[in-house]
Design a protein around this ligand. Structure first.
Ligand SMILES: NC(=O)c1ccc[n+]([C@@H]2O[C@H](COP(=O)([O-])OP(=O)(O)OC[C@H]3O[C@@H](n4cnc5c(N)ncnc54)[C@H](O)[C@@H]3O)[C@@H](O)[C@H]2O)c1
Ligand SMILES: CC(C)[C@H](C(=O)O)[C@@H](O)C(=O)O
Ligand SMILES: [Mg+2]
Length: 348
């Protein structure tokens, strides 16, 4: 398997180094390649997603991605900002299904933003559509008739876009507790009404899955009130982005949530849900566990290597059960020490 490592910006290279330790410790039969992406690529060659990087991504079996985003480039033209690199990879590679699991690791009951008895029930999967919505609609700024500036981002979903993500979500639910909650804003948005109608149509193919619908504002509230009610949640690009960051704090830290971005084939992109964390970059205190758990998802989904995926996940669980904590979880272990602890748990 050819894996392309795209470390990116901020804490990206720091956490990627820990995932590489895990790859080495498991002696995985993989070929590793590296390329520039994000602000690092913009600085070096003037584009956040250089042609060479995209070509390498297309040639790889899987991509392990750190994070992009660099406040030094916030003012450059939008299409050259670091974040465009990840959006470009998702669309160019047709990665329309983003799986973001959130489960409370034993021992972290006291680290959740929620009461322990509420947090311990969390075991959910957010299936986020990743190629559509306001992210990829027409956008720009224009002058209104009265001469003031107006920004716009068109929200839209086609039937086929909703149908394909709905199938992914129903199949995921079949492999779990067979409950699917579709989150939308159908009381206000036409896009959401179509989303809901199509999800109901697709449900006919999955009579064994119990389908429910929830408005996104209520979903945000239910996620902290009673997150144990959710099994699989399917939602659009923007709602899924927001709800997954929220879910991360329900299980303790954004530094714990991994993700897989998948398309029609087996090639996927795997990344933590968090960003480049410029506020802590360079300090050696970022939590590398989401990055390491993303490697586990890579092995499971693109590598067909359930054994090593499960080994990594057990090692992370053990490290947390043993009380290893970085600053994000109220401890004082640094990035490298946490990576070393995972490697020790893997090899002992
Ligand atoms: N997929 C991606 O590459 C991705 C995802 C989200 C944000 N971003 C970008 O990252 C930059 C920063 O964005 P932001 O600050 O809104 O979000 P962020 O996720 O980078 O950080 C939010 C907060 O969480 C903390 N945090 C994040 N990851 C952590 C980790 N592994 N360990 C400990 N603490 C962690 C940060 O220190 C910060 O306080 C922006 O440029 C944004 O666009 C990129
Ligand atoms: C960096 C940004 C474009 C990205 C998104 O909004 O999808 C991030 O927040 C994420 O969650 O992966
Ligand atoms: Mg996000």
């Amino acid at each position: 398997m050819k894996i392309l490592l795209l470390a990116g910006d901020g804490i990206g290279p720091e956490i990627m180094a820990e995932a590489e330790k895990v790859i080495a410790a498991l002696a995985l039969p993989v070929m590793l390649d590296r390329a520039l992406v994000g602000g690092a690529a913009y600085q070096a060659v003037g584009h956040p997603l250089p042609r060479e990087t995209l070509a390498k991504a297309k040639a790889a079996d899987a991509i392990l991605f750190g994070a992009v985003g660099d406040p030094r480039f916030d003012a450059v033209e939008r299409h050259l900002r670091p974040e465009q690199a990840i959006l470009g990879l998702r669309s160019e590679l047709g990665l329309f299904a983003n799986l973001r699991p959130a489960k409370l690791f034993p021992g972290l009951e006291g680290s959740s933003a929620l009461r322990p008895e509420i947090a311990s029930a969390i075991d959910l999967l957010i299936v986020r559509e990743l190629n559509g919505d306001v992210y990829f609609g027409e956008k720009g700024t224009r002058k209104t008739a009265s001469g003031e500036r107006e920004g716009y981002d068109v929200m839209s979903y086609s039937e086929s876009e909703v149908r394909r993500i709905a199938h992914v979500a129903f199949r995921a639910a079949q492999g779990r507790r067979k409950r699917l909650c579709s989150v939308d804003k159908a009381n206000v948005l036409e896009t959401s009404q179509l989303w809901r109608d199509v999800v109901i149509e697709v449900a006919e193919d999955y009579p064994d899955v119990e389908l429910s619908h929830m408005y996104v504002d209520n979903a945000a509230m239910q996620l902290v009130r009673n997150p144990g009610q959710f099994d699989v949640v399917v939602t659009g690009n923007l709602f899924g982005d927001i709800l997954s960051d929220q879910a991360s704090m329900c299980v303790g830290s954004i530094g714990l949530l991994a993700s897989a971005s998948l398309g029609e084939g087996t090639r996927g992109l795997y990344e933590p849900i968090h960003g480049s964390a410029p506020d802590i970059a360079g300090k050696g205190i970022a939590n590398p566990l989401a990055m390491i758990l993303s490697l586990a998802m890579l092995l499971r989904h693109s590598g067909d290597d359930e054994a090593n995926a499960a080994r990594i996940e057990s090692a992370v669980a053990r490290v947390l059960a043993d009380g290893c904590r970085g600053a994000d979880l109220g401890g004082n272990m640094g990035t490298a020490a946490l990576g070393d602890a995972v490697v020790a748990a893997l090899t002992n």
